[in-house]
Design a protein around this ligand. Structure first.
Ligand SMILES: *[C@@H]1O[C@H](CO)[C@@H](O)[C@H](O)[C@H]1NC(C)=O
Ligand SMILES: *[C@@H]1O[C@H](CO)[C@@H](O)[C@H](O)[C@H]1NC(C)=O
Length: 985
């Protein structure tokens, strides 16, 4: 949650916070502009942008970028092409050397890695601060990447000796050598081809730019240094001065960049400017996606101004941006520097493995007159404040392959425990044990299922984590035991800021053992957050991780029970009195790296430590941790939510594009606060939000401390029933949702899917981000996100047959189709060809459904076929990793009109023992939509076959007519889910 609640204690309101509060009282826009940097107030961004502008004014045949490769340094061996890039500097005899590697990976991706030679060497550079690590930070990949990074020696060189002599190196690689990388030395560029067509080009525009270490030039001792950041007039003057400069000079830092002042803070920059930048072009791709987190359209906009575009680059810098603006490229709580480009029948991706402040400009250029393709191309420009240049290129060929390739690098969504996919009830705050248990009982009274109730910061004694506010929570164990009776869980918040207070052991031992983030002077860094003065655990340190794990031990964390799970908030980190509401960039982390190098990674290391803590305390249970800050790889750890939104329609609208963006960037387990965090939703908004939220991968209602209570039954009828229906629909679909998460856990396919995943050829659908396909179900969902709206147009992206999920009305034909959507209706079409699996009985929580029978819902495609899968396990333990699960394939074949169930897993002992626990679970109902009853072999019945027996089951037939498809319902065919069976229609 963000900071401005009514419960802020007086001492916290010291002068600076009062100042902040004043800025917030002015319009939100102005407040944000003051608190957070723009590209102009970020010297490395402004400079690289000006460099790009200057370069684009010159014809490339005239401009000669200062970076080139000497072909004599280049060699290729066993999947690794390496050499050196050189930067010429005016008036210097020797160029600066940047060794590079182009690594061809077995997963089909290519890694391009560039370091700075002088800083990578062992001997100390004269003038380099001796208490900081000299090498550029090169561990972003270490934290983000879990895949194999060893070169694939099956990659082979395809360039001739002549081409090599001319400085052109060609390598064929990837599946059946369909991919080819072509590196040209001068001008330096790397093109990535698939089947003879270039899909990704690095340094297409020659914007590669890496600052090199040099001691602070004397001019910057001038007292005016860097003030142009804060005073526009100075900036103007400087622009005048630099107008006549050669283009190269625009790329080089001025002496002002050895120190950075912003918002009253001074960043000492002891290592000087060390930015990196590179342009990446996607030839004839008009749409790019990803790079969450931004509250913006799914298809990313251009960032250099113009109608409907942004004039600032998209920024990746984890910040606590409470009540964020929508339709903005501003930085938010998390950062995944992964971008996907999609065009007709083709998808590619790039991953920029860098954890520092990063800005990304996007422009789309018209095709050249003589161009082969008539499409625009997307040209991107990536700029990071520090670190090595480390970028991965994925060539698809389709979206699923891109996700698989990105997942092979950064890992996949951990399969969540099933309760985490149920409904979560949260509020800042449930104030006492009685409050918690009353809300818990309210769900049962109103027959609304839910799985988890949440505690925000107020449960603690003075915001000291691992303690309980005794007067309100005297017996937390008992409270959790009561919840456990319905197999429900409690999630409590634990943040990385640790209250600085004598006698508080968690702080004292952390401090004594120096496990906190340090200042540039090497002292413990203290700042303000919820508890007042605090220190931040430095989870880059293995000792700090061990210490953190220790705090959670069941015996040590008093009042905690096995059904207690964790929520990590404020882990950007949020520091109320820090620059950009975060830690100073010259703070120091484990390994003597500066905070600037690891800023976007910190939040992930903190969640990782929490996950390790939960695993250590209950090794057999799958952990659940929710985070607000994240980085590439965070998907391996748990769920994320989109932070502090508000109870306004535009936040309901923006949630979906945000969820789609997270999903394509590997982080599919995501949701937005249902109802809106700040403010009070109208009953209509709340209803529509539950209807949308029932399809968010992570489904949680949450509310700010100053908002009115809004538990799902508080608005009375018809709203209680509408909210109940939405939540129950979620629970019905849990088997299918769990199956989709299972697939995400090894293939990386998001649960909420953009149009292009099922209709990759339809370019008209690329900009559509207000509807989505849901998991494996084939359900095309378009939630209503506008006030007063009772109808909508839903876009069908392919020529498959679709059925209204609720009344079986048939829709067909690419384009928009009108559909009624009164307040009690969620517009959902079911795409022909899919079999979805439901559990239709109401239970109080998901774990109580474990032995309930299944319903199969079959929507036949144009040709009368359909297929689907079901993944099932115990839902909570790690036994599935040892094979204790069920994985079945259902197929309805139009040739013989037989529905078959087949196993998709190898048999082993663990399956057998798991199967035993569910061998009475049967399919209680089969619904077939779109089947022509004249095709029935026996009219009025179907014949089932299982275990060498056969029997007849009667059916109900609803005839087609009035635009609706026919429906056949088989009631209780008596087949059990664990075995193979078939049913003859
Ligand atoms: C590192 O050295 C600089 C300059 O010598 C000094 O100002 C700073 O306090 C030192 N920091 C640490 C962590 O010792
Ligand atoms: C968590 O961090 C450890 C290093 O402390 C690493 O080995 C592990 O892979 C990380 N876990 C996940 C799930 O990313």
């Amino acid at each position: 949650m963000a900071r401005f609640g009514s419960r802020i204690s007086l001492p916290v309101l010291s002068s600076y916070l009062a100042l902040l509060l004043l800025t917030v009282a002015s319009p939100a826009l102005a407040a944000k502009k003051n608190l957070f940097k723009t590209c102009d107030s970020s010297p490395f961004c402004r400079r690289n942008r000006e460099y790009a502008d200057a370069a684009s004014c010159v014809k490339s045949s005239i401009w000669d970028p200062p970076y080139y490769i000497d072909p004599l340094t280049v060699s290729f061996d066993s999947g690794l092409l390496q050499g050196s890039i050189f930067k010429t500097i005016p008036d210097a005899d020797t160029p600066i050397e940047f060794p590079f590697q182009l690594v061809f990976l077995e997963s089909g991706s290519v890694r391009f890695l560039v370091d700075e030679k002088q800083r990578a060497q062992a001997s100390r550079l004269p003038g380099f601060p001796d208490n900081l690590t000299q090498r550029r930070y090169n561990e972003a990949s270490k934290w983000a990447v879990v895949g194999d990074l060893t070169p694939d020696d099956s990659a082979s060189e395809s360039s001739t000796a002549e081409q090599r002599a001319e400085g052109v190196f060609k390598i064929k690689y990837g599946p059946e050598k369909h991919f080819e990388a072509i590196l040209s030395c001068k001008p330096f560029r790397i093109e990535f081809f698939r089947d003879g067509e270039a899909h990704v080009v690095l340094n297409d525009r020659g914007l590669l730019n890496m600052d090199h270490w040099q001691p602070e030039p004397p001019a910057s001792t001038d007292t005016n240094k860097n003030e142009q950041n804060e005073f526009a007039e100075d900036k103007e003057e400087e622009t005048q001065d630099t107008k006549q400069q050669p283009i190269e000079a625009k790329g080089a830092p001025t002496s002002s960049e050895w120190q950075d002042k912003f918002g009253g803070f001074t960043d000492k920059k002891p290592k000087g400017p060390e930015a990196i930048a590179l342009d990446i072009t996607f030839p004839s791709y008009e749409h790019v996606f990803g790079i969450p987190e931004h509250a913006d359209k799914f298809s990313l906009r251009e960032t250099r101004g113009g109608e409907g575009n942004h004039d600032q680059p998209y920024r990746l810098y984890n910040v606590d941006i409470f009540e964020y603006e929508v339709d903005s490229p501003m930085a938010m709580y998390g950062a995944i520097p992964f971008m996907q480009a999609h065009k007709k029948s083709s998808s590619v991706g790039v991953f920029w493995a860098n954890g520092a402040d990063t800005w990304i400009d996007i422009i789309k250029s018209e095709p050249a007159d003589n161009a082969f393709s008539l499409r625009k191309s997307t040209k991107t420009h990536w700029m990071s404040e520090s670190g090595v240049l480390d970028v991965y290129v994925m060539l698809g060929p389709d979206a699923s392959s891109v996700y698989q390739q990105y997942g092979a690098l950064t890992g996949y969504t951990a399969l969540p425990p099933i309760y985490a996919l149920g409904y979560h009830q949260c509020r800042w705050n449930y104030n006492s044990e009685e409050d918690v248990l009353e809300v818990d009982a309210g769900f049962d009274e109103h027959e609304i299922p839910y799985d988890v109730i949440w505690l925000d910061i107020e449960y603690t004694e003075g915001k000291k984590y691992f303690t309980w506010w005794k007067s309100m929570f005297p017996t937390p164990e008992k409270m959790m035991q009561t919840l456990a009776k319905r197999k429900r869980k409690l999630v409590a918040i634990i943040d990385p800021h640790i209250k600085k207070e004598t006698g508080y052991k968690v702080y004292e031992n952390m401090s004594k053992n120096e496990l906190a983030i340090k200042t540039s002077e090497g002292k413990e860094y203290n700042g303000w957050c919820w508890p007042g003065e605090s220190a931040w655990i430095d989870t880059f340190s293995p000792k700090a991780i061990d210490y953190w794990k220790d705090q959670f031990k069941l015996g040590k964390f008093c009042g905690s029970e096995p059904n207690l799970l964790i929520w990590n908030d404020m882990n950007e980190p949020s520091v109320f009195n820090g620059p950009e509401v975060s830690a100073p960039r010259d703070d120091i982390h484990f390994g003597n790296f500066e905070h600037r190098d690891v800023h976007n990674i910190y939040g992930m290391t903190f969640v990782n430590a929490t996950v390790q803590a939960l695993q250590a305390r209950q090794p057999r249970q799958r952990p659940f941790v929710l985070t607000r800050a994240f980085f590439a790889g965070s998907q391996r750890l748990g769920a994320v939510w989109t932070g502090d939104n508000a109870a306004k329609w535009e936040y309901l609208q923006i949630a979906l594009p945000m969820i789609l963006s997270h999903g394509v960037a590997g982080f599919g387990f995501v949701g937005a606060d249902v109802g809106g965090f700040f403010g009070n939703p109208t009953p209509e908004l709340l209803t529509r939000w539950y209807q949308a939220g029932a399809f968010y991968p992570f489904f949680r209602g949450h509310a700010h401390i100053e908002s009115k209570r809004r538990e799902p039954w508080l608005f009375g009828e018809p709203y209680t029933s509408l909210l109940r229906n939405a939540i129950r629909m979620r629970y019905q679909l849990l088997p299918s949702i769990y199956t989709a998460f299972h697939r995400a856990s090894f293939e990386g396919v998001p649960v909420v899917r953009p149009m292009f995943l099922l209709a990759p050829d339809n370019e008209d659908a690329l900009g559509i981000d207000d509807q989505f396909f849901f998991g494996e179900t084939g359900l095309l969902v378009k939630p209503i996100v506008e006030e007063g709206k009772t109808e909508t147009d839903i876009y069908i992206p392919d020529d498959e047959i679709y059925f209204d999920y609720l009344d079986q009305t048939i829709y067909q034909g690419i384009g928009y189709h009108h559909i009624d959507a009164p307040l009690d209706k969620i517009p959902i079409l079911a795409r022909g060809g899919h079999i979805l699996v439901r559990r239709d009985r109401y239970r109080r929580s998901s774990s109580l459904m474990n032995h309930d029978p299944f319903t199969l819902v079959i929507h036949l495609d144009k040709t009368g076929n359909a297929a689907g899968v079901l993944y099932l396990d115990d839902g909570e333990t790690t036994a599935h990793a040892r094979g204790a699960y069920l994985y079945r394939f259902f197929i309805f074949n139009a040739q013989d009109n037989i529905l078959r169930s087949r196993s998709m897993q190898p048999t082993n002992q663990n399956i057998k023992s798991y199967e035993k626990t569910i061998d009475t679970v049967r399919i209680e109902r089969i619904i077939v939509v779109g089947f022509d009853k004249t095709q029935l072999k026996k009219s009025g019945a179907v014949e089932s076959f299982q275990d060498r027996k056969s029997w007849l089951t009667e059916i109900d037939v609803t005839e087609a007519g009035d635009g609706k498809a026919s429906v056949i319902v088989v009631r209780d065919p008596k087949v059990v889910v664990t075995g193979d069976w078939s049913i003859q229609f």
